[in-house]
Design a protein around this ligand. Sequence first.
Ligand code: CTP
Ligand code: MG
Length: 259
Amino acid sequence: MTSPQRGDSFTHPDGRQRFFALVPCAGSGSRSGAAGPKQYESLAGRALVLWTLEALARVSELDGTLVVLSPGDDQFAALAAEGDAEAASACWRANVGGGTRAESVYAGLHDLLARGALPSDWVLVHDAARCLVHPDSIRRLIAACRDDAVGGLLAMPVPDTLKRSDAQARVAETVPRERIWAAQTPQMFRIGVLRDAIAAGFARRDLLITDEASAIEAAGLAPRLVRGDFDNLKVTWPEDFALAERLLLGRAQTSKAHA
Ligand code: CTP
Ligand code: MG
């Protein structure tokens, strides 16, 4: 379907571990208030998803990145053809996105396998909408999980006191925040284990798979929590665009000052 990145072959005769990124990018961004899918909104001069892919491109451990697009998406191809989009044009693309994030990820896993990835290879699933992820944190996740039996995810211990509400937005109870973490992405698991866990999750009516870890947990495994960063936010609400833009511009200024 597209151009491979960093070499044509998936073979790893030396037996070294391989790491692929899978970026679900097939959502509609219904909560964002944007006219089109939020991943293509312009942020600090470029499409949001380009910032995401640029961060991934700076992680040299990755053997390739697959972007999962919705079947009718022609915006990504147009973006990748632009001069300033090297990180996007270097990715594999698959127009196999589904109705939910889990379905998009599941289809993407099959696409990776069809391209020659092995069930034993690692996949790092990362939301297109998390455009502020730090390459160093992704490296930290890889280092922490590469010799782990299960895998893991970036997450943050929750600092606030937590309240559960009733239907009228009044406090029904305070939830103890001890050992509560907010899950982020990337989430890193073996491709075959994740594929089977999601498939088993789909078969269960009582389970809603909101992230990869929840599928893995339902399979009886305990993913490792690796501390991420507070600014690895998922652009979700209308006000998140301005916040993400400020953070991106702030980083650009900091790196200029250090240059
Ligand atoms: N995603 C996807 N396929 C879907 C739904 C979501 O690939 N059917 C992707 C989104 O593009 C996003 C990531 O999963 O990068 C995280 O999902 P979310 O932030 O919920 O994005 P949307 O589903 O697009 O937004 P909303 O829930 O507000 O509609
Ligand atoms: Mg969603």
